[in-house]
Write a new protein. Sequence first.
Length: 156
Amino acid sequence: MNLTTTSFSARTLRRALNFWPPFLFGGMRVLEWSEDWRHARVRMKLAWYNRNFVGTQFGGNLFAMTDPFWMIMTMQALGRDYIVWDKAGAIDFVAPGREAVYAEFRLDETVLDEIRAATANGEKYLRWFDTEVKTAAGDVIARVRKQIYVRRKHEK
């Protein structure tokens, strides 16, 4: 599957990610992904196979459950005229995860307009996106930051 094209749907990618080994064996599931690529929601259950030494959500999985979304959403929303890559990431562990946790992603048109304006002359643009990983009750377990590199492709 080539992620640089928009020939497949968000529904297809949602289903594929749910069987992708890091998600499948990490207890992660993409619950929603809007067809316009602007909203996604992910859950990670707490199970014996994704607990850390002290019995809480494994930190690497907390980061992994948020990893691909901002890049893919931005890439798909902007279309084929843009190059989009992950550039950097960071996670701040706020509280121990002792139950299922959720992450939600919303890509607003204002952010896309900001990116289009910043890259209009062919310059690269680095944009940070923030995501909170929460329990069903809304308690924050972790804060994840992802930096995305975006550049408009050269016209030939």
